[in-house]
Design a protein around this ligand. Sequence first.
Ligand code: 5GP
Length: 190
Amino acid sequence: MESLKNKLTEEGRAIGSAILKVSDFLNHQIDVQLMKEIGRELADRFKGEKIDKVLTAESGGIAVALATAEAIVCSKALFAKKTVPNTMTGERYSAEARSFTKGTVSNLCVDKELLKEGERILIVDDFLAHGQAALALADIAAQAGCQVVGVGAVIEKAYQGGAERLREKGFRVESLSRIKSIDDGNVIFG
Ligand code: 5GP
C-alpha cells in the first residue's frame, strides 16, 4: 500500500532499531482518510471470505477494526480490553499477551456475550511484531468456538517473527506494509 509506505517513511519515527512510533497518524492521532483506505485494503485482502466480526485489542487496533468492519460491511468491530472494567460483570474469555514494546503482560479479555460459537472472525491490529497479541486474540476466538478467517496487520515488523509464528499455526496473515529492518532511523521495507 503505497500511501502507507510513504507515510511511514515520512512520519514514522524509529525508537532504536526495534520500535516505530506512528502516533502522528495511526495510533494516537489518526489520519482518517488513510485509516479509511487501510480499512478498504484489508477488506479487499479478505474479499470472498464470510466475516461476521472484526476482532482487535485496545487501543491501537480499534480504529483499524472499525475501518475494516465498515469496508467489509459486517456490522461489528469488537476489541479485547486490557483491564476488566466494573461494567464487565458477567463471564469473560481471556488470554495473556506479552508486550515486548512495553515489557508488560496484558490479560486481554472479552465479554462472553459478545462472541458466539460458530462466528467467523477476522483479527486485525496496527502492528504485528512478535505475534503475541494476535495469538491471544486467536486463543479467545477458539475459547468461544469461533473460526479465525485470518489476521490482518497494518504494519508487520518482519524481523520480530510474528507473521511466521502465526502462519506456522495455520493462520492466514496479510500485512499492508512489511518492514525488514530499521537502520539508523530509516525504515527498510522488504
Ligand atoms: P506483538 O504482540 O505482535 O508482539 O505486538 C503487537 C502489539 O504491540 C500491537 O498491538 C501494538 O500496539 C504493539 N506494538 C508492537 N510493536 C510496536 C511498535 O513498533 N510501535 C508501536 N507503537 N506499537 C507496537
